[in-house]
Design a protein. Structure first.
Length: 284
């Protein structure tokens, strides 16, 4: 994928967000400078249970396509990918995964939840925020919609450029459960259908528009269910350097982890800051 083809990773679309708590209320003066077409919603436009809301233009990321693009970009610039199991950062510092006779000057630790157990790091402030979603095929959905609730739950509709749509979601701190919960899937489908009745295929809605649609109407378009553990950290992102002794040598270690559910949004900024920290460390 070439530089110009990066656009194929994203979808620009209108977004509506509804907030149930006063603290979530957005500031028009501040957000209007960041989001194109930003507008605060009037009271008549709000969803039941929401105190405020906003609409604006934003973009979504087709993450499988985007990750492939980033990998190809890295490899085309001389990068090398190696799959290995690392028990301790000293293994990387000593050059165990580097070409012969060329140990690294620096090691970046971007271990996510692995930072809890990786030898030489073992950061117990790292914890999971479990999330579960349902992926459906709904290419007619070309808008995003999000609703917060007083119990901390977020319901969201996130279309991808490919025509797939992510329905979510959950955020449960310190929940390590690794597989899909069927009751959570049902809750997600019910909430998303209420928030976005347009998810029902157009031919179904047109056949009997007066009918009360149910999650059974969504079953034919479900692609898969999924869950994951967002790698959060109690004190926020760890973005710093230190000099660490390996078994035979020492090297600069740059820590860059603990982004929680904001990894994609903050990745370029965090990477730029991490590189700046490395440059400063190498100049000393």
């Amino acid at each position: 994928m070439s530089e110009n083809e990066a656009e194929g990773c994203f979808l620009r679309l209108p977004q509506e967000e509804y907030y149930a708590e006063e603290e979530d209320r957005v500031n028009a003066a501040e957000y209007g400078e960041v989001y194109p077409n930003f507008r605060e919603l009037s009271q008549s436009e709000l969803r039941p249970g929401s105190l405020s809301g906003a609409s604006f233009t934003t973009l979504t990321i087709d993450t499988p396509v985007y990750l492939s693009y980033l990998l190809q970009r890295f490899l085309s610039r001389g990068g090398r990918a190696l799959r290995a199991k690392v028990q301790h950062i000293s293994q990387a510092i000593d050059g165990a995964f580097s070409p012969a006779n060329s140990p690294p000057e620096a090691v970046f630790v971007c271990a996510g939840l692995g930072a809890r157990s990786l030898g030489g790091v073992e950061d117990k402030d790292v914890y999971p925020i479990r999330g579960q979603i349902v992926l459906v095929r709904a290419p007619w959905i070309r808008f995003g919609r999000t609703l917060s609730s007083l119990d901390g739950l977020w319901t969201y509709i996130i279309p991808r450029r490919s025509g797939d749509v992510i329905l979510g979601g959950t955020k449960a701190s310190n929940d390590w459960y690794p597989t899909v919960r069927s009751e959570t899937t049902r809750s997600i489908l019910e909430r998303c259908l209420e928030l976005c009745p347009e998810l029902v295929p157009p031919e179904v809605r047109e056949k009997d528009p007066s009918r009360q649609f149910t999650i059974a109407d969504l079953q034919p378009i479900i692609i898969e269910e999924g869950c994951g553990l967002r790698p959060a950290r109690k004190d926020g992102i760890r973005l710093e350097t230190e000099v660490v002794e390996g078994s035979t040598r020492k090297a600069i270690v740059v820590h860059n982890y603990g982004h929680g559910g904001y990894g994609y949004q903050s990745s370029w900024g965090s990477a730029t800051m991490a590189l700046d920290l490395l440059t400063q460390a190498l100049s000393k």
